[in-house]
Design a binder for this molecule. Sequence first.
Ligand code: 13P
Ligand code: SF4
Length: 358
Amino acid sequence: MTTATTKENLNKGEIRSAAERFGVLEMPSLDYTPEIAAETEHLYQRVAHHIPRIEWPAYAPYVAAINRIKKQRNAVILAHNYQTPEIFHCVADIVGDSLQLAREAARVDADIIVQCGVHFMAETSKLLSPEKTVLIPDMKAGCSLAESITGADVRLLRETYPGVPIVTYVNTSADVKAESDICCTSANAVQVVESFGVDRVLCIPDEFLAQNVAAQTSVKVLTWKGRCEVHERFTAGELLAYRAADPSVQIVAHPECPPEVVAVADFAGSTKGMIDYVRDNRPAKVMLVTECSMASNIAAEVPEVEFVKPCNLCPHMKRITLPKILDTLVNMSGEVFVDATMAVKARQAVERMINLKN
Ligand code: 13P
Ligand code: SF4
């Protein structure tokens, strides 16, 4: 199955004239020429399992253009593991889970970061690299967790639970991070919750992540009613039905899933943790209980592994497409800003997490 990425018709003429206006000297053709075919063949090999050869001419000119303009602008592309294969394998410089991307944003050597992910990820990059221009190809790429809570809600929680540390998932706005003591990701949530050495911690806003953390620690974990719209839809019943039909299938779930889903899984972890599990264990059949691009992105590396559905699409992650990335780089559009006062406090919460010893 391929995505609609290159079928969204961005006007090629408009992109070219914008490129000229902004002084991009070597705007390549967006036609599929023999030169473009040769230049992108090694990249096609990375996605050949996913994109039929007959469709590559629709992708290749964008891939070539993005990679050239990226160099001219001294830009790097950070892409989350949920990005589509043509972004993940053909134009991204750094890929990873939320924790890896945050760490890379803090140390990346470039003038511009193009964040292929959702808005809170771009904000986190801006917090950690305030001197860099951070661009997101679609400003509307949001997140149901980030939208579930505001800074005012966190202030109210602090009043209600005085002295209880507030651990905030990175899937939140800078406003929410600024009111928090420390951030966490799905990769380090248990470690962060335990880092305070107290018996009660607020872990917000994902109630399922908090419940899954609570199952792994003696710390009492208080939470909020936020949910990931992608992971909340999985049920233990459907997974058990798959396992009953084929007991050999390994079930690997993300901790944003309901606890009863995580309970029936063979392994639960961040998107990096899930990829590492498949890489290290090479199960004959595996079900990645998460966003659909995960299986597409790792499939080529582990050809002996069969990926079994179900998976769900994140509509926010899927807003990022090759034409939009090119448009962003050419026009320098979609710049992400964070209020300076808010940024100081929000940065502390993210840096405290990054600086925690492993
Ligand atoms: P991780 O990649 O950190 O596991 O996060 C998953 C997710 O839902 C990001 O939006
Ligand atoms: Fe948000 Fe869930 Fe989409 Fe991640 S997958 S961006 S948590 S809605």
